[in-house]
Design a protein around this ligand. Structure first.
Ligand SMILES: [Zn+2]
Length: 269
């Protein structure tokens, strides 16, 4: 189905252009050399990836308590980021899938499959703060707009290609529908690597303002780096986990600790 591939490629290209806005906050730079050193360190330090299964009641109660703690100090970060709706609703999902994600309207979903790899509540807080940060930096709306644009472009392109080929009206509509679906999927390529890095940076500030120990929270990023090579997980499909991320996290922690007002710096235009 050549036409479909062409339409997908065009939609993907449009989305790539649309997504080139950059980040609002200044991200810590990470060199290849730094990432390489960290990668070796993570591999040699502790290659195991243990699970720490807890009861559903524990996860629900911990998420509820951490949710209150993390949101209490977040308003100043939302103000700096111009967040439209600085509200967060956390949902525990009793499901094996290794996943966590932010959705429209402040909804944040945490799957048991991911939580089981985390040992302490500081590590759970790190995942929660990361997802909150996608909301704070408006990544959810930016991505939703990409989905809509993708669907529209896909529909227009596929309808146009079918019509140009002299297809009957009914077939043209089918092709337009198919184009809409494929376009929407291309738009759901989720967050960009830059957006992920921005969410990690903001997470360090969210955690610091909630008095969560950043050192302990940081183990989450090592777990995610290891998960990257092991489990097939939706989290990994959408999150660039790895040594680079661990290095960026350490730099973010140093930045937060040096910051007098515990607020992230805006990127220069
Ligand atoms: Zn993310």
């Amino acid at each position: 189905m050549r036409a479909l591939h062409v339409a997908c490629a065009v939609v993907a290209a449009c989305l790539a252009v649309q997504g080139c806005g950059g980040t609002a906050f200044m991200l810590p730079p990470v060199t290849d050399q730094e990432a390489l050193v960290a990668a070796r360190e993570i591999e040699t330090a502790d290659p195991t990836l243990p699970k720490f299964s807890r009861s559903d009641a524990y996860y629900r109660e911990t998420i509820r308590r951490l949710g209150r703690q993390l949101t209490a100090g977040v308003a100043a970060i939302c103000a700096r980021a111009d967040t439209v709706e600085c509200r967060f609703i956390f949902h525990y999902v009793d499901d094996d899938e290794v996943n966590a994600f932010a959705d429209e309207g402040g909804d944040i979903y945490l799957h048991r499959g991911l939580l089981e790899y985390l040992d302490t509540e500081e590590e759970i807080a790190a995942v929660m703060a990361h997802e909150m940060s996608h909301q704070i930096a408006d990544h959810v709306d930016e991505t939703r707009n990409s989905v809509l644009i993708g669907a529209l472009l896909g529909g227009l392109l596929m309808g146009g290609i079918a019509a140009a080929g002299g297809a009957p009206q009914e077939a043209t509509e089918d092709w337009a529908d198919m184009g809409m679906q494929h376009g929407a999927r291309a738009g759901q390529l989720t967050f960009s690597k830059e957006q992920e890095r921005e969410a990690d940076l903001l997470a360090a500030y969210v955690l610091a303002r909630a008095d969560v120990d950043l050192e302990r929270a940081g183990r989450t990023f090592e777990v995610l780096a290891k998960l990257n090579g092991v489990a097939t997980s939706n989290w990994n499909d959408t999150h660039p986990a790895g040594a680079e991320r661990v290095v960026a996290w350490r730099k973010a922690v140093a930045e937060v600790e040096a910051s007098p007002d515990k607020l992230p710096a805006m990127a220069e235009d």
